[in-house]
Ligand binder design. Structure first.
Ligand code: G6P
Length: 611
């Protein structure tokens, strides 16, 4: 989604802004722009449709030099991805604004501003902010005062930054529903929507909170809260994850992140496993007391995180005997929900900033849940701040838009949750927890073995290069794994992929099966195996080509039209984590064969901070 970078320094800041935008590229965008205060010509901008490299080329041939500037990568919501709709937006050539989020009352504001004589140069909701700010500057000449008056009139979500030609010693910013972080330097300060953008200039950060307004000069950061009171926000030093913005030996971030899984799964387990038990306090000091009261679980998430939640449902019900419902956040937030007594609300999110998931959590607080738990990869995210309990996944920054290591670490966290709830409530069968704790310790090694199948999966990928449709099948907890496999393939290779519980095959999708529609199946050696084998016969009988990822002990044989990839043996409960790996590799290699943009697939964003 959209990205913001801002800087005020003694040195020329254009290169810093461009580098920041490049570091945000992974979030997905369709145009980019920069506005710089120049000593000779006041505020000037360059904007380009397409990659940041286009903007960089434009700046190389027509440079902007200055010590104050703001920059943006845009992911179109209001108005097509064109140069005139790219940010920064201007008012009267003196005020420049960049904005993430959506201004819901932009039409009303636009009409009002038009009535005051403002002419609009774009179709965006953002441009109203620039004109409104300009309008308030007429009576409130101080930029931060004018910004305070402006945001009072905005409905919706925003993280925004602005500069004004008449006050070139400052940058102002406001946050409501869309994250912003200030990067602290010596005699220079920065702003961004994600601290990754600023890691090349500082490791000290100050996170704005909901409703905050900030004024940033070279020497000082001043912040006011939503009541207009001056506040101090804590500054934090960030050491970890400096390696994230670098692909290392890998061709794509996605492949790098797939290969990081043994290590990040290990990190997610660290400090959370006792000898034979999960350490419940990993969820926070009040976790044991809260968990003891839990009688139901409601999981809410989006995208890949939703699939993790679906796997957890099988685990919570089969291992811990706790009823569980799972729903996509965009549905949950807009329907009337009946909450069973003593239900724990669990949100799952890589970023912790997904607009629908956050809104669902906020709604949940009004609905009488027992408490809220966030399973999240970003410790400083809104979701974490607003939940009662947190379990952080330790995947490190995930750059590829298609989520990989975030998903497997979420699954690990959800297994820890299942065992913790079962332990506290005494609902686990004897020996189960000790066995699974032992198996979890071995999981990183098993994942390494699955990754060693890289070359085999690469060959299998060739079967898909010319295909337009695919079907993914799984049964039980492998059904959501099949869903995640299908999502990966469609996200990055643009091949239509559907997932079905294998038992539903003959209720519809079988009609589609022919030699041009490969069928991918995940088949661990569990009690549903024989039923799955019958389902696959139904595919073969219709000439469908089968790709089966199967436990080496499951006695699947290669044959005409059947390609079997033998998987390392694993205890059934952890199979969803292991079987995710070959499906990730499959979609990766298909996308490479098709030549698509693996790390930044078209039309998608890493972090969906608007509805
Ligand atoms: C976007 C991303 C997905 C992600 C989903 C939910 O659609 O492209 O990879 O699964 O958002 O994001 P979250 O950060 O809440 O897990």
């Amino acid at each position: 989604m959209c990205g913001i970078v801002g800087a005020i320094a003694e040195r020329n800041i254009t290169a810093i802004l461009l580098e920041g935008l490049k570091r945000l590229e992974y979030r997905g965008y369709d145009s980019a722009g920069v506005a710089v205060y120049t000593n000779t010509d006041g505020v000037q901008r360059r904007r380009r449709v397409g990659k940041v490299s286009e903007l960089e080329a434009a700046l190389a041939s027509d440079p902007l030099v200055g010590q104050l500037g703001i920059a943006h990568t845009r992911w179109a919501t209001h108005g097509a991805p064109t140069e005139r709709n790219a940010h920064p937006h201007f008012s009267s050539d003196t005020v420049a604004v960049v904005h993430n989020g959506i201004i819901e009352n932009h039409e009303v504001l636009r009409e009002r501003l038009k009535g005051m004589g403002y002419a609009f140069a774009s179709d965006t909701d953002t441009e109203v902010i620039a004109h409104l700010l300009h309008h308030h500057l007429k009576t409130l000449p101080d930029l931060v005062d004018a910004l305070k008056a402006t945001v009072k009139e905005l409905h919706g979500a925003y993280g925004l930054a602005a500069i004004h030609q008449a006050q070139p010693d400052r940058l102002v910013a406001a946050r409501s529903g869309s994250p912003l972080v200030i990067g602290l330097g010596l005699g220079e300060n920065f702003l961004a929507s994600d601290q990754l953008a600023l890691r090349q200039v500082t490791d000290r950060f100050m996170y704005l909170e909901e409703g905050d307004i900030a004024q940033i000069t070279r020497e000082k950061v001043s912040i006011w809260n939503s009541d207009g009171q001056p506040v101090q926000r804590e500054s934090v030093q960030y050491h970890e994850g400096a390696e994230a913005a670098d692909k290392g030996e890998f061709r794509h971030f996605m492949l790098k992140e797939i290969h990081e899984q043994p290590r990040v799964v290990q990190r997610t387990l660290e400090g959370r496993l006792g000898q034979e038990q999960v350490l419940v306090q990993a969820f926070g000091p009040q976790a044991a007391e809260l968990f003891a009261k839990v009688r139901n679980v409601q999981i809410v998430a989006c995208g890949t995180s939703y699939h993790a939640g679906m796997v957890a449902r099988y685990w919570l019900e089969s291992l811990a005997g706790i009823p569980c419902q799972v729903e996509v956040a965009s549905e949950f937030r807009y329907r009337r929900v009946v909450v069973q007594p003593d239900t724990l609300f669990v949100s799952i999110s890589q970023s912790g900033e997904t607009a629908d998931t956050l809104a669902a959590l906020r709604n949940a607080k009004e609905l009488g849940f027992l408490g809220s738990l966030a399973i999240c990869n970003v410790g400083i995210s809104s979701l974490v701040r607003e939940s009662d309990l947190t379990l952080l996944t330790q995947a490190g920054p995930e750059i590829g838009v298609a989520s990989t290591k975030a998903f497997t670490t979420q699954l690990v966290a959800l297994m820890l949750l299942t065992l913790s709830l079962g332990q506290v409530k005494g609902t686990l069968e004897a020996g189960v927890e000790a066995e699974l704790v032992e198996e979890l310790r071995r999981l990183p090694t098993r994942l390494g073995e699955a990754l060693a199948m890289d070359g085999t999966v690469e060959k299998v990928a060739q079967l898909f290069a010319e295909k337009h449709h695919t079907l993914f099948l799984g049964r039980g907890a492998q059904f959501p794994v099949a869903m995640e496999g299908a999502l990966k393939l469609k996200e990055i290779s643009y091949i239509h992929a559907e997932a079905y519980p294998a038992g539903e095959l003959k209720h519809g999708p079988l009609a589609l099966v022919d030699k041009d529609m490969p069928v991918v199946t995940v088949a661990p050696n569990n009690e549903l195996l024989e039923k799955l084998k019958s389902n696959l016969q139904e595919v073969r009988a219709r000439g469908g080509e089968l790709i089966v990822f199967a436990d080496a002990q499951a006695e699947f044989r290669d044959g005409p039209g059947t390609h079997v990839v033998a998987m390392p043996h694993i205890v059934d409960a952890l199979a969803p984590i292991l079987y995710t790996i070959p499906l990730q590799l499959l979609s990766y290699y298909v996308a490479v064969l098709k030549g698509t943009d693996v790390d930044q697939p078209r039309n998608l964003a890493k972090s969906v901070t608007v509805e």
